[in-house]
Design a binder for this molecule. Structure first.
Ligand code: GLN
Length: 306
């Protein structure tokens, strides 16, 4: 349907377009984007508006710039307004779109999981530098959307990759992402190591929750809409990291690595935990924002599972 062919848009979308006389000129892309951006009021308003209009129209963002006077249909405009309402209420763009790109992979996201962050791509980069065996066994704990496991699978199709999560909806989402991307990973439900079948890995990687429960960051931005189970980890943010580090040696092959994402101010504490458990070659690395973002170490020795 185009603006010209719509007889009575108000009847179709009373809540969206209203019943007042409708001005088809208002459906020009640039006008829509301008109005939406001022309503969104985020620090990336125009970009957010373009991403939402791109989803509704199937057009590229370049096209909005090249042909700002181009018109969209009433149906598209109405659908766009619904998305803008959500974004204007603070909902993260990724949740509004149901999608977020990570490591150039389009991932479905949902409110059951953390939205993959660009910083976590640095964790993937680090994992690829360890020189693991050609058919390495890899475990991604708390996989959420499957982001880390799927990025690794896309780079190393011969690795045997298991991804786990304790949340049913996350397990389903990671499986669905793997299927959509035709990447072979096993997704299992487990709270950290608790329900995993005995195995030894060459790499255990995780982006666990690591924010302190009192951190004001939790009431700001996208984090307001993300599940606490993916963000918060006790009074100092380290409860889950402590659990993972304590158990990991039993699940690693000799020469295996543990690689953990953590908060910008947690590198020293996480290094301390790895040393305590006997890990060697313990180091931290920064993310794109130059914050200490991950720490890794080499397995002490295989201790066998209990
Ligand atoms: N880096 C994320 C943030 O600062 C937190 C991710 C996490 O807790 N794993 O919002």
């Amino acid at each position: 349907m185009t603006a010209d062919s719509a007889d009575d848009p108000g009847a179709l979308y009373p809540g969206v377009l209203g019943t007042a006389t409708f001005d088809p000129a208002a459906l020009c892309c640039d006008d829509l984007l301008r109005a939406a951006a001022s309503r969104i009021g985020s620090d990336s308003s125009r970009l957010d508006a373009e991403l939402l209009l791109a989803q509704v129209t199937g057009w590229s963002r370049t096209r909005f710039r090249a042909f700002p006077e181009q018109h969209v249909s009433l149906v598209q405009a109405a659908a766009f307004e619904l998305l803008v309402d959500k974004r204007a209420a603070g909902e993260p763009v990724a949740y509004v779109l149901g999608q977020q790109e990570f490591w150039s992979l389009p991932l479905q996201v949902s409110a059951a999981t953390l939205i993959p962050r660009p910083d976590t791509e640095c964790v993937v980069e680090q994992a690829l530098t360890f020189g693991l065996p050609a058919r390495a066994r890899v475990l991604d704990l708390g996989t959420g959307t499957g982001a880390i496991a799927l990025a690794l699978a896309s780079e190393r199709p011969d690795w045997d990759i298991t991804a786990s999560d304790s949340v049913d909806a996350a397990v389903a989402l990671a499986q669905s992402n793997a299927a959509a991307l035709k990447l072979a990973i096993q997704v299992v439900k487990s709270h950290w190591f608790d329900q995993l079948a005995p195995a030894c890995f060459d790499l255990i990687v995780s982006n666990p929750p690591y924010i302190a429960s009192t951190d004001r960051h939790l009431s700001e931005g996208d984090a307001r809409f993300e599940p606490a189970s993916a963000l918060v980890s006790g009074a100092d943010g380290l409860d889950d990291i402590r659990r993972i580090v304590a158990a990991a040696p039993s699940w690693l092959n000799p020469g295996g690595w543990l690689l953990l994402e953590h908060g910008y101010d947690q590198a020293q504490a996480v290094q301390g935990l790895l040393h305590q458990q006997g890990f060697d070659q313990v180091h931290s690395r920064q993310d794109y924002g130059r914050n200490d973002r991950m720490t890794f170490g080499l397995a002490p020795h295989s201790r066998g599972q209990t």
